[in-house]
Design a binder for this molecule. Structure first.
Ligand SMILES: [Fe+2]
Length: 286
């Protein structure tokens, strides 16, 4: 299991807002920092991270671990990552359930896994190696995808849940990614959420995307659309209060707009619980 933290609703720490975080105390429950932007470096970014860490929890989120790749784990990466973790003491450390490197060549995409028993065994052994190295649990995020493999023998949700159970790691359930992949591949996004193992769910992500018509692309740009908000409410209903992050990485808006999106998530979570409580009361009163 992964202990459920009560962090609230956070936003990403992005360079556009460094000045505001250095000069004032913007009100936000927690911040997510992209690990690689702060690894093996010093200067202003690290000074900002050191400062914001004092006032609120920080979560480190990586994009290039490549937990599903078959290349050996990158020792230099692990070393610099561990140094950053020891310095920042993040509330959570996450990366993606994907692969992105083959024979030393990096893809700039987070590529989906084949959903097979063999791939589960491979990923689980690598998660365990990373967790031993970091001396803490890793949190893995479901990616959005545009392709599937004929070799897959199970659904993505089954695969993801089984990795979490066997590796005993946390799951970062990206609601927008579920929506994007569900539309692209034609599966039921609610059934995906239903399949998530409650005791491993560590965090939710919410983001905007680009709908091309024939394909939905996960751009992390713009406001979250209504259907994704509805899916978030469903996830809250099914999985409970989970630390939630607003991801907005392309065309990053002013901080006020970003924080308003986090506030919207907070209100929706509250209303979802209120509604669920009122319904439960109605049932109890007969
Ligand atoms: Fe995400």
């Amino acid at each position: 299991m992964f202990p459920r933290l009560d962090l609230g609703h956070g936003v990403g720490l992005r360079s556009r807002h460094y000045g505001e975080f250095l000069e004032s105390q913007p009100k936000v429950d927690w911040l997510e920092a992209i690990s690689e932007n702060f690894m093996g470096t010093g200067g202003r970014p690290l000074a900002v991270l050191d400062k914001v860490r004092v006032d609120r929890p920080v979560v480190l989120h990586g994009v290039s671990l490549g937990i599903g790749s078959v290349d050996p784990l990158d020792e230099q990466y692990l070393k610099e990552w561990k140094q950053l973790i020891d310095r920042i003491e993040p509330a959570m450390v996450s990366d993606h359930l994907c692969w992105g490197r083959y024979q030393g060549r990096y893809s700039h995409d987070l590529l989906p896994m084949p959903f097979t028993e063999e791939a589960i065994g491979h990923v689980v052994s690598r998660v365990q190696a990373v967790q031993d190295r970091l001396k803490r649990q890793l949190v893995l995020e479901n990616v959005s995808s545009y392709l599937t493999y004929p070799a897959s023998t199970m659904s993505e949700a089954e695969f993801t849940a089984e990795v979490a159970r066997r590796a005993d790691c946390g799951l970062l359930v990206d609601i927008n990614n579920i929506y994007v992949s569900a539309k692209n591949h034609g599966f039921d996004p609610k059934a995906y959420i239903d399949a998530m193992p409650l005791e491993h769910v560590a965090q939710f992500h919410l983001a905007g995307h680009f709908n091309r018509g024939d394909l939905i692309i996960d751009t992390h740009e713009g406001h979250i659309i209504d259907e994704v908000w509805q899916l978030y409410a469903y996830a809250v209903e099914r999985l409970g209060r989970v630390p939630t992050l607003i991801e907005w990485d392309t065309g990053v808006p002013d901080l006020e707009t970003l924080l308003a999106e986090a506030e919207k998530a907070r209100v929706l979570e509250y209303e979802t619980f209120e509604r669920a409580n009122a319904e439960a009361e109605k049932v109890m009163l007969g």
